[in-house]
Structure formats: C-alpha cells, structure tokens
Design a protein around this ligand. Structure first.
Ligand SMILES: [Zn+2]
Length: 405
C-alpha cells in the first residue's frame, strides 16, 4: 500500500501582491495555490489552518553567520577595543581569550541556531574557524550540531581561515581536511592586508575549491582601491574557472568607498562573472551600495555576521530586522526599495546559496513565515516579532521560540 500523503490547507494567506490565497501543502511542498475559497478539494484527512489574512513570505535566508564564536545565551562579554585602531589580528587574539572562558561551543551554536530559526530563518551559511590553534575542532563540533538540527534548518558550512592561510602554516592542509569532513565551501580572509599575498591566497582558495568542487565565500574588509583590486581578481578567477554562481565576496567594504564610475565597472564585472556580494549593513562603515549593484545585475544578499561575539556586541539573528537595517542604511524609502531590502534576505539569499525549490510557489518546499503585516514594505519597516514559522508545512516556531524538535 502506498504511504498516505500528509495534506494541509492554509486558508486566507495574504501573498506579497496583497491577494488572499489558499495554500495547499502536500508532503512538505506547495502543490496548489488558489484564490481564497478556491482551493482544490482536500482529502478527508487534510488539516485545515485559517491564517486569517496574515502575510505569508518565504522563510528567511541567513547568509553569513559564525556559529562557533557567538556568546549568545552565554555570559555577557564586554567588548574590548583594539589598542590602536581596528586590527584583525588583535581581534582574533581577543576572540581566543573569550572563547577559552566560554560555555561549550555546541551549546552556544545551538543557542544561536534556535534564535535564528525562532525568527524565521530556515536556511543558513555559517563560517567556521579553521587555523593552527583550533585545528578542526570547531568544524567537528558545528558539523555535529548541523546534524542535530537538520530537520529544522538547512546549513551550509564554510571552512574559514580566521588566521590567514599563508601566514598560518599548516592551514591549507587543515582547510583541505575540513572540506573532506563536510564543509561545503572554502573561505578566505583579506588576501592583501592579512596574508599580504593576493595571488598566493587566492591560489590556495580557488585550488581547494576546484579540488573539492566547493563554492567560495571570502571575507574582504579591505577598503578603497585595495579592496576593489581584490574584488576584480576574485571575479577574474571566477570567470576563468567557470564558477559563476558559486562565489561570494562577504562585506566587500571597498565597493562602498570608490567613485561611481569605478563602482559601475565593478558591478558589471561582478554580474558578468556571477560573483555575489554579502552585506550586513555594518554600523559606521562604508558598505556595498545595494541598489546600484542590484541594478547592475549583481546578487546582493544579507547576513547577521557576528552576533554577540568578540567583534561586536550587536546582532539578534532576525533577518527581517536585518532587512530593515539594510534598507535604513541604504536610504530606501519607496515601497519598491523596501521590497528590494526584503529580497536581499529572501530570494537573493536563496539564489546565492543555490537553494532549490525556494519561495511561495507550486512545487517549492513549504518553508514559510506568517505574520501580521499590511504587506512586505510595511513588514520591513515595522518588523513584527509575532511570527509563526513553518518548515515543510509544519509549525516549528512561534513568537521567537522553537515549538517542535
Ligand atoms: Zn564573518
């Protein structure tokens, strides 16, 4: 006998275009979306849920987080300022001190995951530190946590050389091992200012990507023309290796402080090469111009990055609130601009993470969030916290708290 299908009809869902619809979910996927009251006949065992006109949006995509280094849910760690202006090496040293005194990593990673799922993120890309001091211990712990949460959230892991590659002997071999263990992407860190060897750093990163068929996601904080130069080098390699759609530059601060004509050229190059840009709209810092890059055809997606870690005390794991921040810092006021900010944390994230069957459409996985909002632009401005999160058509979280495991 064939297994019985599980069917749920969500009635009176408000879609992004403002219309009311009935969403039919069978075995975790949308199999019909019809105007309210016009759902196809349901089987006798179908569950009926009346959403009462709540706005239904695809689950958020957390595109950049660090599951291994947050202290969310642990003791408060006051931020320690750098002694002589921002210095990545000094921050890594502060991080090592803080981590030595922190609660076990698995516990902290779980706290952070539950925070994100509670707010409606059901797909995530996390960077995980790999270097000579921690070896593969962070990767092993986070891989196990990913396994525990696999029914609730899809997680991609980036093997992240937090202490550089060339300036940290043995790291290239550890990164190779991390990819064998199950990391999905290879990371990088400021090839120019950290390793002081752009070619050498990118040779290692792209070499490992090619060897393992892995994607690339490089942290690039370098500003101005130094940052732009590295963005160009990454785009050129992506194109030469046929890796369009598999490469991200995270932060790319340099794109936020170069002249308009240079930005236009960079946008064209990134779009043609298929390199995505991740931003968290950092406070008091130049960041990539979201509208101009989107206009050029670049995939710009969002992430929380650090949440209560040794780098800064902010972050709430809420990608709707991140869309608000991205819109606020980008000077987005019009409805179409607010909708763009929302796209950065939903569809653009799904594209950058290459998520299959994403969105509110027939055939897609029924991963969605329901909330009281007039429409998407109002949701970005109001950031309603009262949300219900559905994974494959089943409630997993409400009011910010996980309900089902
Ligand atoms: Zn990061």
């Amino acid at each position: 006998m064939a297994p019985v299908s599980e069917q749920t009809i969500f009635r009176n869902a408000k879609l992004a275009d403002g219309s009311l619809a009935d969403l039919c979910v069978t075995d975790g996927r949308f199999n019909a979306i019809a105007p309210a009251g016009n759902a196809p006949p349901a089987g006798p065992a179908a569950i009926m849920v009346d959403l009462g006109g709540q706005l239904v949006v695809p689950a958020f995509v957390e595109g950049h987080i660090h599951l291994d280094t947050s202290f969310h849910g642990d003791a408060w760690r006051p931020h320690i300022p750098c002694t002589n202006g921002f210095d990545v090496r000094e921050r890594v040293a502060f991080q090592a001190q803080n981590l030595a005194a922190a609660a076990p990593m698995a516990e902290r990673a779980k706290n952070q995951l539950e925070l994100c799922i509670g707010h409606g993120s059901l797909a995530m890309r996390s960077h995980v530190m790999v270097d000579g001091s921690v070896g593969l211990s962070h990767v092993e712990t986070v891989l196990a946590v990913r396994e525990t949460y696999r029914d609730l959230i899809d997680i991609q892991l980036v093997a992240f050389p937090q202490s550089g590659i060339l300036s940290s002997p043995g790291t290239a071999e550890l990164l190779d091992e991390a990819l064998k263990l199950g990391c999905d992407l290879i990371g990088g860190l400021d090839p120019a200012s950290f390793d002081r060897d752009v070619k050498g750093h990118l040779d290692a990163v792209f070499g490992l990507a090619q060897k393992h068929g892995a994607g690339v996601d490089i942290h690039l904080h370098d500003g101005g023309t130094l940052g732009l130069f590295q963005v160009e080098e990454i785009a050129a390699r992506t194109k030469a290796l046929g890796m369009a759609g598999h490469v991200t530059v995270s932060h790319a601060y340099g794109l936020g402080d170069i002249p308009a004509d240079a930005l236009a050229k960079a946008g064209e190059m990134l779009a043609a090469a298929g390199v995505a840009i991740m931003t968290n709209a950092p406070g008091n810092h130049a960041f990539p111009p979201v509208a101009a890059l989107r206009q050029a055809g670049v995939t710009v997606f969002g992430g929380s990055d650090n949440i209560r870690d040794s780098w800064w005390p902010y972050g709430d794991g809420d990608m709707l609130s991140r869309a608000n921040m991205i819109g606020y810092r980008s000077g987005f006021y019009e409805d179409r601009e607010l909708a763009d900010a929302f796209d950065v944390v939903t569809h653009a994230g799904a594209k950058a993470l290459r998520l299959a069957d994403y969105g509110i459409m027939v055939g897609a996985k029924a991963d969605f969030v329901a909330m009281r909002a007039l429409h998407v632009p109002e949701a970005v401005v109001a950031v309603p916290k009262d949300r219900t999160v559905y994974r494959r058509g089943k409630v997993v979280a409400g009011d910010g708290t996980i309900l089902a495991r």
